[in-house]
Design a protein around this ligand. Structure first.
Ligand SMILES: NC(=O)c1ccc[n+]([C@@H]2O[C@H](COP(=O)([O-])OP(=O)(O)OC[C@H]3O[C@@H](n4cnc5c(N)ncnc54)[C@H](O)[C@@H]3O)[C@@H](O)[C@H]2O)c1
Length: 434
């Protein structure tokens, strides 16, 4: 407890991805000694060379960590023995039948159980269904280490609320929810996070913290689905949803703006709600809001492609043989993350209709390997000639650094899913919002 309160403890972060690496930065900046563990050795080697694999965090962080005596990057579990706290930030994807895939959580828990010693605090940060920490992790940790939770070691849940690429908040300034499997575990985890982030909100159990994270993400999924449905309805009524949202946003209370788009992407919103759906089934319950939202959001790539087809048709052009240039394949603005991006499905739908597809994304030079898609494309330069050569420019993600004026000047037709062209004063291109 004292080492946590005085930031003199050693904190280990397991899983150095979009969530784990910013957490390493926050713990290091708070003065803790930090061990960064990942089973992916290329990440460890990259960090040890002082280089970065997550561009949005900047080059300086990796250099600073590599030069620091208070940081060690490792793929050896024995290096976690010295840690006072071990924080797990491993993936929680869905399996082939949209069931929770806890394999990363369970594998890393077994690894931790193998090195666990008296006095250590273990915290899960990955998004998951209520009960994971107590019902899945605790038995593994106790059985494989022979130690008792709440007496020999301590266990808590604290959801990561990272929003990669967001300039106004970072790990240290986003309030942290903390709930342990017992009082002492909660006390210890609260003390640790108080030295690490600006605000800690203590809850009574790990389950409350697990459920709160899901509520946050379900709230987003449901509201995004609602505006996506309204978008398609209002488009048929010749009403611009973007202007409607801007108008509704002037109400100072009781309304929060959500924006339509080409479909959900990323590692969280399309996936996490279904963790609760799966858990609800175990007690014979349905999650109608989650499933309806999933259905509507999942239809968006099809809707967008139907708008491309109509827009081409209005210009006497078929989709078959048309050249379509996609702007932005990352799942959201100003990051290079393509996980679950609707761009992949949109490209496949365009291909299925016989279109020729190219893309421009200043942050993603080549289309990465994806489990469910096989897309072998690299970014095209955004030149006058490229724009003139394509029958349709389709804006899927509106990165800030893209030259929209140039698009408005040289593209014949722009189908815009993000209202990005509204920032161009007098485009000569035909603009269709989708
Ligand atoms: N990315 C986000 O914006 C975000 C935001 C909030 C919450 N989350 C949640 O945080 C968790 C992690 O997400 P992420 O985006 O950082 O994932 P990520 O894929 O970027 O990183 C996970 C890392 O864990 C490593 N890993 C996997 N299994 C391991 C094991 N057994 N031992 C050690 N390392 C292992 C991987 O090599 C990878 O580097 C997920 O539950 C996610 O839902 C993510």
């Amino acid at each position: 407890m004292e080492r946590f309160e005085t930031a003199t403890a050693t904190i280990a972060v397991v899983g150095l991805g979009y969530v784990g690496l910013p957490l390493v930065r926050a713990a290091h900046e708070a003065g803790f000694s930090v061990v960064g563990y990942d089973r992916d050795r290329t990440k460890i080697d990259t960090l040890n060379r002082g280089e970065t694999y997550l561009k949005h965090l900047g080059d300086d962080l990796a250099k600073e960590l590599a030069a620091s005596e208070r940081f060690k990057a490792t793929a050896e579990s024995k290096d976690l023995v010295s840690a006072d706290a071990i924080l797990l930030c491993v993936p929680t994807p869905l399996g082939p039948h949209r069931e929770p895939d806890l394999s990363f959580v369970l594998d890393s828990t077994k690894m931790v159980a193998g090195i666990l010693r008296k006095g250590q605090l273990v915290v899960l940060e990955s998004t998951t269904y209520p009960g994971t920490t107590r019902d899945e992790m605790l038995p593994i940790l106790e059985k494989e280490s022979g130690l008792r939770c709440g007496k020999d070691f301590f266990l808590a849940y604290s959801p990561e609320r990272e929003d990669p690429g967001r300039p106004d908040y970072n790990t240290a300034t986003i309030p942290k929810l903390v709930g342990g499997v017992d009082e002492v575990s909660t006390d210890l985890a609260v003390a640790m996070y108080r030295s690490l982030v600006s605000e800690v909100h203590r809850v009574s159990t790990a389950e409350v913290a697990e459920a709160a994270k899901l509520l946050e993400n379900i709230y987003r999924a449901v509201n995004i689905a609602m505006v996506n449905e309204l978008k398609t309805l209002l488009a048929d009524m010749k009403i611009d949803i973007w202007e409607v949202i801007e108008a509704a946003s002037t109400k100072p209370f009781g309304y929060q703006a959500f924006y339509p788009g080409p479909g959900l992407g990323g590692h969280c919103i399309p996936i996490d709600p279904f963790y609760l759906t799966w858990k609800a089934k175990a007690i014979g319950r349905n999650t109608k809001f989650i499933e309806l939202a999933g259905e509507i959001n999942a239809q968006m790539p099809v809707y967008v492609v139907s708008q491309v087809i109509s827009a081409l048709n209005a210009r006497g052009r078929a989709l078959k043989g048309a050249k379509v240039l996609i702007i932005g394949i990352a799942y959201k603005r100003d990051i290079d993350d393509v996980r679950e991006s609707p761009a992949a499905e949109i490209i496949e739908l365009l291909w299925a209709g016989g279109a020729k597809v190219a893309y421009h994304d200043p942050l993603v030079p080549t289309f990465p390997d994806m489990r469910a898609h096989d897309i072998d494309l690299s970014t095209s330069p955004l030149t006058e000639q490229t724009l003139k050569d394509h029958d349709c420019v389709l804006i899927v993600t509106d990165h800030t650094s893209v030259d929209y004026e140039k698009i408005g000047k040289y593209a014949p037709l722009v189908v815009d899913t993000r209202n990005a062209m509204s920032r161009v004063p007098n485009p000569t291109a035909a603009i269709v919002k989708a």
